[in-house]
Ligand binder design. Sequence first.
Ligand SMILES: [Zn+2]
Length: 278
Amino acid sequence: MNPTQGVPFDLPCGVFDSEGELRRKVYIRPWRAKVKRLLGKMDARKDAGKAVEIILQESIVSIEGFRTVSSALLNDMLGPDREFCALQARIMSRGPIVEADFTCLSCQYRKKGMKLDLSNIGVMGVDEFPLVRSEPEIDVRGKDTGRKVRVFDITVPGGQWDDKDSKEIKATFRIPNGADLKEVAKHVNKNPVAADWSLWSRTCLLWGEQRPPFIMSFWDNLTAYQLEALEDGFAEIDKLGPETVNYVDCDECGDENPVSIYATDFLLRLPRSRTRTR
Ligand SMILES: [Zn+2]
């Protein structure tokens, strides 16, 4: 590998350039010691957006069709692409094996140092994902920017608590990009639910006939059914990019256990064995 050029990969989603052309070829190199200094004492889980950004700035050499890897470009990059690049950079820089302490949910059997191979992690690309489509990007004044965004729909039950079977509402959201994820990460420690609200406010393009802005209290007024539909819809979109939940068989009872692998964990620390928490 030529360290100044990096190794080519195809992004799971890709970035639209200023002409609206989709660019998917990314060149990644291993990170240098500098990364460790920049991350310093940062708690990567608490400041995931920034930690991933540091890794990406260091490890992405270029993206075909773009002159430089600017902050603006990383802001435009979709979450699944950012995770994918961080994963490849981790494999190149520190090898594919991570160790986790595992506790079986069925029998409480514990095993220290269970090994997971990151190179076996599946990656779901946007082409295999019919849920996602591209639309012209409309700015806040309602003008077409000439670029495109990736969007998906969530069908939400209409009505209030006593008439949940009334007509459905179609909601359209953008797939969250780097800028969204960094902004939302600020809320995650204080209140992860409010973080969801904030992400939805940033990415909701249409709610039935209603257009943005969607202020935070908009989501407070949803019914529990609507809330559940949104949470399920975003869980579905989380399947794009690298699989963050893997399954491991317990040595003792044979039951299958989910192991969550968070980008910030596999980059910097050990992943944790635990139930899937979104
Ligand atoms: Zn077990």
